[in-house]
Every structure is written in structure tokens, then in C-alpha cells.
Design a protein around this ligand. Structure first.
Ligand SMILES: [Cu+2]
Length: 689
């Protein structure tokens, strides 16, 4: 059933003036300020009785794909401590659900036994060695506990962020570097523990160490924007296991930029006027239903999952129509990302952050706020994870589920008969937002009534900054304020799409639209057609976008045909994209090899989960897609995983400073012969909702 969403603007102008706000700090609550600005944070349904969907509690796991509960995490930690002889000198990196095999998930019956295993990564800090463990929570025992090869470094934990900052602030060498820059108050220093990477130019005495090459900024007062004042030329190299500063690399003093770049409301002199309330009213509640982690809406169903590494994960996405419940994807997540910076200076060239593989984007998920991050009738999901001591940590309201009105779905007017039909489009949005140091990433998956799934990544927050001497224009960045440089960079994401178009056995075609040369087939010069090419093996399926042929890819089920005799399919349609702009033999490409192509296709292997491999942090050779696809495995009529890589090329603008307005990019999966006609003909006219 579909319930109404009304976007209501007052019909008559209402006198509503916004008082000029004088400079003030820390006075207003969000709600009070939003009210003063005429930005309604009211969600009628949400403000009233909670709906069944909103109120549903999440207790014990009810399905094999449900994320681990806090109790399960605590139990897994306890078992690893006991059976693995893991004492306080070790650190827990992640404790996540070890997802059961597909056949176990599919054969699961609610009355029957449920497999529950935890996958745990721990580090023995004294020995500098990481281990993987798989814990059987049903048996209460460790199934597997193995050391990782020397030099393999799991992602950097949240605790290491804060401990690294403290260690640097205690370092006499760092204090001396601070003094050389005339920035004496160490309390105002901010440290971002950037990953160290692997460049082949490492010092021998760094070998095997768990490192951060931390970068620093300094605030001019306790609450201003520290990123306005980069402590340029100072790199603190920290051993994260011993939590000691190995050395301060000083590339020379560059004076601090003179201006502050504040963005917080407390620094805003006045707010613009003229905004009247715009209310999202869902008087009968939302049209989705939620049972545990299972969501159903407008013929769609899927399960919500969450990992500290990937953040939001969607499982078992399917669409129900006259043919029953039809699978589309078994699992979908953004599995890796990297942000390579283009500045070749000695102090800058190692900058590239794998925010998923080197840190874990789920760890940094925000607790979302109704009325600010999300409007309407919202259902939130919490995320459960651990701190590095193995203590369960919950991020409340980490995932947001809500409906949005998105304008026109379809329309036609027959001017001869006077018949006119319009349908408004509704989509279901499931999302989370992560803050990684200076930057925010919003990850949104949209389900539409026409069978489309859309993925959108929203980029906002504060750009990475460096300092240039007075009067100098940066060659590899944009001057965004006096002496403040925002370097050129790319944000490159990899989506892992475990396809299951009407079943697991799928094939993939690339479709290029080509103009025909003049000749017998094209006597008038107007001929062009779409030409499909089967991508039969992995080496053939390393592809990139091509605007000149309007390229897209079609994933089909060769054994299921539509009424016109064509295999049913879904189309992967690229959005904004660009190639990597670093040289193919640049050191970062060893670990970021997945960025060399926009599309990779692999036959399903549950061990292949992350585009840059399991442990990209300081990985000596690189792993992931380039390595796996060298096997050139068969891709015809088999269980396929698509890896779509998409990039935002960020040439900063002045308008991106001090906090950038959202830039968004993504891709769509559109039904292509999956349905027999427009599946949204039965969406009722607005008047009938
Ligand atoms: Cu950017």
C-alpha cells in the first residue's frame, strides 16, 4: 500500500521575517535555529505516534544476514580473548558478521538453526603481527585463528586516531617544529593520522612497522576551522603499535595562512531571509514496512546490513511482480575508495586515502538527526561495532530509511482525446553519512517505482588543504584563500554488485552505439545502432566508460527470456566518471590498481570482497581486482560480480571553501527487458493515493 507524501508550501504568503542574527556562539539548538530560519524540521507522522515500522525493536538476530548484535560482538571478543590467548596488549580492529554461504542463507528457515559466525581481526602490538579469527557463536568456539603474513597491516582504528594525536603532541621534536612555525600552543593542533601507503622509497628501519604519516593543522582559537591553517611541511611518522613518534620530517617552514575559514553557525554574521516552511507530511506514516532488517516497499524487498569497513550493505534485493519474487542483486555495497592527490612535492606526493580499506567508512558513520539529515517519516537502524579494546560501540541512527517525492514518474497528454495522465515519482532512500577527518561522504541507495536502483555518493565537508608562500599560485591546486591551497584530487569509488538477475547465472554484454560509415547500410548518413558485445572472460571485461559511444553494460539471465524472446536483463548506466590521472606506473597504482578500469567483472568468489584486496594499508605489492582477474575466468552464464569504479575529479573552486556544497556522482541499474512494459503503469494517480 502506498501512503501519501505531501510537500506542502503555504498557499498564501505569511509574514515571516527572519531576525538578523548577530555573531553568537553555542547558543541555539538545531531546532530553535531551524525554526528561526523557517526551515521546518517537523515530520508530522514522526512527531505523532511512531508507526509500526519506526517502533519495531531489533533484538536477537532473526536472519543469517542480520549484523552482529552488541551481545554477539561481546561474546566473540570474549571467545577470541580466551581461546586465542589475546591479552590487553592486543587490539581489536573489527568484529563483524562472517556472512554464511549463499546456499545456507537461501535454505534458512526461521524455525531452524541459524549459523552465526563472527569474523575478527586483531593485532598483537608487541609482535607487530595481525591475526584473523572466525568464531562460531553457536558452538562458542574459535573455528580459525591465523596470523597474517608479516607486514600486512589491517585498517587504522578510531582509537589509534586519538592516541596518535596525543603521542605527536607529546613529542619534543614536534613541539620544536611547531615553535619554528610560530604556532606555539600545542593544544590548538589537530592531527589527522594519514595512512603511510607503500612507495618503494621507505626507509629500511620502517620495514614491517605499522605506520601513520600524520599531517597537522593548527586552529587559531579552540573552535575555529583548523583546516584553514595547515602546518605545512611537517610530517609526523608514528609507529601505531608502539604509539611512538619515530621522527618528524620537516620539509621547511611555510608561514601559516592568515585567514580563518569558519563555517559553523556561531560565526555566521547573518542568515538570509525569505524562507517559509516547507513541510514533508506523511499523515498515515510511510509506505514501507520493516521487519527486523528486512525492508519491503512498492514491490521491492531487501535486507539492510552494515559493516565497519563498508558501512551500509544491501542484501537480497528483489522485485515482486506477476512472476513472483524476482532477485536482482544478492549483495550491493561500496567496497573501496581512494582519493589520490596530484601534488608531486616531496612532502605531498604520498597523499592518497583509501577511506574504506585503510580506515573503514562505517566506523565513521554519523548519528543522523531527524529534521536535519533526513526529512519525513524515518526509520533508522543503529550500527554495532567495537572499539580497539573489543568493547561494543553503537552508532545510533547510523542508517536512514525514508521515502522521497522526486517529481515526475511518467506523463502523457493525448491532445486529440483530451486524456492526460501524470504520475508522481516516489523513491525509497536508504543511506548513511560518514565523516572522515575533514571530509563527509554520504552514500545513498534509491529504489524507484519503475524498477530502477540508483546509487548516489554525496561529497561535502572541508577540503584537504596545504599552504603556499605569500604571492605564490599553486601549480597543482586552487588557491581558495590567501596562502591556502586546495590540491587537485580525485575521489574514486568501487561498488561491488553481486548480481542475480532472475537467478544467479548471468552473462554481461557491453553495448556501444556506433555510427555506420557511409555505404550500402547507410546510404543517407543517418544510420546508427546499439551493438552488444559479450564479455566472455575477465580480461575482456576490464572496461571503461566511453561518452563517444554512449557505452553501457547489460547483465542478462540467458535462461530467462521475456515475452519477446530476449533474455531478461538489467542495465548498468554510468554517471559522472573520469580515468585515473596518475601515471599507470605511479606507486599508488600498485595498491589502487582497481582504478585502472571503470568496470571489472568476476565470477562470484566469497573471498573476493574488496576491490583493492583485504588489506590495502601499507600493502607491499597490491592485491584485488588486477590480481584476481589475471586468471581470466569464464563470465558466461555464471554467478557474476560487477565492480563499477566511478570517480569525481575534484578541481577545487573558491565556492568549495570553507565547506563545500554537495557534489554528487553515482550510477544506475535500470531494468532492460526485465519487465514486459513500463512496470509503473499501475502506480495510482496522486488523487487516488
Ligand atoms: Cu574532493
Amino acid at each position: 500500500m502506498m501512503r501519501g507524501v505531501i510537500v506542502r508550501r503555504p498557499q498564501s504568503p505569511i509574514e515571516h521575517s527572519t531576525p538578523s542574527l548577530s555573531r553568537r556562539r553555542f547558543l541555539e539548538t538545531s531546532a530553535a535555529l531551524a525554526g528561526a530560519l523557517g526551515l521546518s524540521t517537523r515530520s508530522t507522522a514522526a512527531a505523532a505516534e511512531p508507526t509500526a515500522a519506526e517502533a519495531a525493536p531489533l533484538g536477537a538476530p532473526a536472519h543469517p544476514l542480520d549484523p552482529l548484535t552488541a551481545d554477539e560482538i561481546a561474546r566473540a571478543v570474549e571467545i577470541v580473548r580466551k581461546e586465542g590467548h589475546v591479552d590487553d596488549g592486543w587490539r581489536f580492529v573489527t568484529v563483524t558478521l562472517s556472512e554464511p554461504a549463499k546456499d545456507l542463507v537461501r535454505s534458512f528457515e526461521r524455525a531452524g538453526p541459524m549459523p552465526r559466525r563472527a569474523f575478527v581481526i586483531v593485532i598483537n602490538r608487541k609482535k607487530g603481527q595481525a591475526h584473523e579469527a572466525v568464531v562460531d557463536l553457536v558452538k562458542g568456539a574459535i573455528d580459525r585463528f591465523e596470523p597474517l603474513p608479516p607486514g600486512i597491516q589491517p585498517s587504522i582504528t578510531m582509537d589509534e586516531f586519538s592516541e596518535c594525536e596525543e603521542a605527536i603532541k607529546r613529542s619534543p621534536d614536534f613541539l620544536a617544529a611547531l615553535k619554528r612555525r610560530g604556532a606555539g600552543n600545542v593544544d590548538l593542533v589537530m592531527v589527522d593520522p594519514w595512512s603511510a601507503g607503500m612507495y618503494g622509497s621507505e626507509r629500511p628501519d620502517d620495514a614491517g612497522k605499522r605506520l601513520s604519516r600524520a599531517l597537522c593543522w593548527v586552529r587559531s582559537e579552540p573552535n575555529d576551522n583548523g583546516y584553514a591553517r595547515p602546518l605545512d611541511g611537517v610530517v609526523a611518522v608514528v609507529d601505531l603499535n608502539q604509539m611512538e613518534v619515530l621522527r618528524i620530517e620537516d620539509f621547511g617552514v611555510v608561514p601559516l595562512p592568515p585567514e580563518s575559514g569558519n563555517w559553523h553557525r556561531s560565526y555566521q554574521e547573518r542568515f538570509r531571509e525569505g524562507l517559509r516552511p516547507l513541510e514533508i507530511v506523511q499523515s498515515e506514516g510511510p509506505s514501507f514496512t520493516v521487519k527486523g532488517y528486512e525492508v519491503a516497499w512498492q514491490n521491492w524487498s531487501f535486507r539492510v546490513g552494515f559493516t565497519p569497513r563498508e558501512g551500509l550493505v544491501l542484501h537480497e534485493i528483489s522485485y515482486s511482480d506477476g512472476q513472483g519474487r524476482r532477485p536482482v542483486l544478492y549483495r550491493a555495497a561500496i567496497c573501496e575508495m581512494v582519493v589520490p592527490y596530484g601534488d608531486p612535492a616531496e612532502r605531498h606526493y604520498r597523499k592518497n586515502a583509501f577511506d574504506i580499506g585503510e580506515y573503514g567508512i562505517g566506523l565513521f558513520a554519523n548519528s543522523l538527526k531527524k529534521g536535519c539529515d533526513c526529512l519525513g517519516s524515518i526509520r533508522y537502524f543503529d550500527a554495532q561495532m567495537t572499539d580497539s579494546r573489543g568493547k561494543p560501540v553503537a552508532i545510533t541512527n547510523a542508517v536512514c530509511l525514508h521515502e522521497e517525492d522526486v517529481g515526475l514518474l511518467w506523463k502523457h497528454t493525448d491532445w486529440r482525446t483530451g486524456q492526460s495522465e501524470t504520475r508522481r515519482s516516489r523513491r525509497l532512500a536508504v543511506s548513511f553519512i560518514a565523516t572522515v577527518g575533514n571530509y563527509e561522504y554520504g552514500f545513498f541507495w534509491y529504489f524507484q517505482q519503475d524498477g530502477t536502483i540508483q546509487c548516489e555518493v554525496k561529497l561535502t565537508g572541508i577540503m584537504h588543504t596545504t599552504t603556499v608562500p605569500e604571492g605564490e599560485r599553486p601549480a597543482f591546486g586552487t588557491l581558495v584563500a590567501p596562502q591556502l591551497n586546495a590540491p587537485f584530487h580525485q575521489h574514486i569509488f568501487a561498488a561491488r554488485l553481486d548480481m542475480s538477475v532472475d537467478g544467479d547465472e548471468n552473462s554481461i554484454y557491453e553495448v556501444n552505439t556506433v555510427s555506420l560509415p557511409h555505404g550500402d547500410e547507410n546510404p543517407h548518413g543517418n544510420a546508427f545502432r546499439a551493438e552488444p558485445t559479450l564479455l566472455a572472460g575477465e580480461s575482456q571485461a576490464r572496461r571503461s566508460v566511453n561518452a563517444a559511444t554512449a557505452r553501457f553494460w547489460r547483465i542478462v539471465n540467458p535462461s530467462r527470456t521475456n515475452r519477446l524472446g530476449e533474455p531478461v536483463g538489467y542495465r548498468l548506466i554510468p554517471g559522472e566518471n573520469s580515468p585515473p590521472f596518475v601515471q599507470p606506473d605511479a606507486a599508488v597504482m600498485r595498491r589502487a590498481g582497481f582504478t585502472a578500469h571503470h568496470l571489472w567483472v568476476t565470477p562470484y568468489n566469497p573471498k573476493e570482497r574488496y576491490a583493492a584486496g583485504d588489506y590495502p594499508n601499507q600493502h607491499p605489492t597490491g592485491d584485488g581486482l588486477p590480481v584476481w582477474t589475471a586468471a581470466d575466468r569464464n563470465l558466461v552464464n555464471t554467478d557474476l560480480v560487477l565492480w563499477y569504479v566511478f570517480a569525481h575529479n575534484h578541481v577545487p573552486r573558491l565556492e568549495d571553501w570553507p565547506v563545500m556544497p554537495v557534489a554528487s556522482l553515482g550510477f544506475s541499474l535500470k531494468p532492460d527487458g526485465f519487465f514486459e512494459r513500463n512496470p509503473a503503469l499501475d502506480v495510482p494517480p496522486a488523487a487516488l493515493v
